[in-house]
Design a protein around this ligand. Structure first.
Ligand code: SAM
Length: 261
C-alpha cells in the first residue's frame, strides 16, 4: 500500500497468474486444433507410436511446451504397464519411468504442469519439467533412451546445434524423432496448401488471436525450413544412422527419425 496501490493478497495473486497461464494454454491449444483441423493430435499419436515407449524408459521431449507429446508418451507407457501387470508381479515393473519436458519458455512449462495436475498425470514423479535450450542441453552424454521434438526445431537459431545435442545426450541404441511442418510436393495438393497457408492461416490468426503478423511469420518459416531430403542429410551429418522420414498428408508434416549407434 506504500505507493497508494491496493495490496493484492498472495492467494489472489497466484490465482490471477494462474488465469493468465490458463488462457495462454487454451489459446495455444485452440489455435493448434483450428489450424490443423484437429490433425495435430493424430500426428503426435503417430510420433509416439514410432517411439515405442516402454516402462522404465528415460525420455527427453525438447521444446515440449505444454506437455502434449510427453502426456501421450506417458499414457502409452501406462497402458503397456497395465497390460504387463496382468502377466507378471508388480515387483518386475518397479523401473522408474522418467519423461523430461524441456522448454526454453517457463510459461509454457507452467501451463504444462497445471495440465498434468488436472489430468492426474506424473504424480509419481514420472514427469520432470526442465527449463533449457535445445541448442545447449543440460543433460549428460548418453543419458536418455529417446528424444522427441515436435514443432520445435523450425524456429531455433542453429538447427545443427540442436541435432548434435540430441545425438550427444542419447544412449547408444536410442532413437531421435522429429515432427515438423514440411513441404508438399504434389502440384495439386501444393496449390491447395499454398492457398490455405497464405490466405486462411493469417486470417484465422487475425480473427482468433488478433495477430495476423505472427501467423504470417509462421507460414514463412515453414517455407524456409529445409526439404525432407535436406533435413534428413543434416540428421545424418549429426551422426545418426538409419535416417528416414515419413510424410503425413502429402508432406504437410514429416516425421524424421534416426538411431544413435
Ligand atoms: N512440442 C509442443 C507441441 O507440439 O505442442 C510445443 C510446440 S511450440 C510450437 C514450440 C515450443 O518450442 C515453444 O514452447 C517454445 O518455447 C519452444 N522453444 C523455442 N525455441 C526453443 C529452444 N531453443 N529450446 C527449447 N525450446 C524452445
Amino acid at each position: 500500500t506504500s505507493f497508494g496501490f491496493q495490496e493484492v493478497p498472495e492467494e489472489e495473486k497466484s490465482k490471477m497468474v494462474g488465469n493468465v497461464f490458463t488462457s495462454v494454454a487454451s489459446n495455444y491449444d485452440v489455435m493448434n486444433d483450428l489450424m490443423s483441423a484437429g490433425l495435430h493430435r493424430l500426428w503426435k499419436e503417430r510420433l509416439v507410436s514410432k517411439l515405442n515407449p516402454f516402462p522404465g524408459m528415460k525420455h527427453l521431449d525438447v521444446a515440449g511446451g505444454t506437455g502434449d507429446v510427453a502426456f501421450r508418451i506417458l499414457e502409452s507407457i501406462n497402458s503397456v504397464r497395465r497390460r504387463a501387470l496382468q502377466d507378471m508381479s508388480e515387483d518386475n515393473l518397479q523401473e522408474e519411468t522418467q519423461i523430461y519436458v524441456c522448454d526454453i519458455n517457463p510459461n509454457m512449462l507452467n501451463v504444462g504442469k497445471m495440465r498434468a495436475q488436472e489430468r492426474g498425470l506424473g504424480e509419481d514423479g514420472s514427469l520432470v519439467w526442465v527449463g533449457g535450450d535445445a541448442e545447449a542441453l543440460n543433460f549428460e552424454d548418453d543419458s536418455v533412451d529417446g528424444y522427441t521434438i515436435a514443432f520445435g526445431i523450425r524456429n531455433v537459431t542453429h538447427i545443427e546445434k540442436v541435432l548434435s545435442e540430441a545425438h550427444r545426450v542419447l544412449k547408444k541404441g536410442g532413437r531421435f524423432l522429429c515432427l515438423e511442418l514440411s513441404h508438399v510436393e504434389n502440384p495439386a495438393l501444393k496449390q491447395l496448401y499454398d492457398y490455405y497457408s497464405f490466405s486462411v492461416i493469417p486470417a484465422i490468426g487475425e480473427l482468433v488471436a488478433g495477430d495476423r503478423n505472427s501467423y504470417q511469420y509462421l507460414v514463412e518459416s515453414i517455407r524456409k525450413f529445409p526439404s525432407q531430403e535436406n533435413f534428413a542429410s543434416m540428421i545424418a551429418e549429426a551422426g545418426f544412422q538409419k535416417v528416414e522420414y515419413e510424410n503425413l498428408v502429402g508432406g504437410v508434416v514429416a516425421i524424421h527419425s534416426g538411431l544413435k549407434f
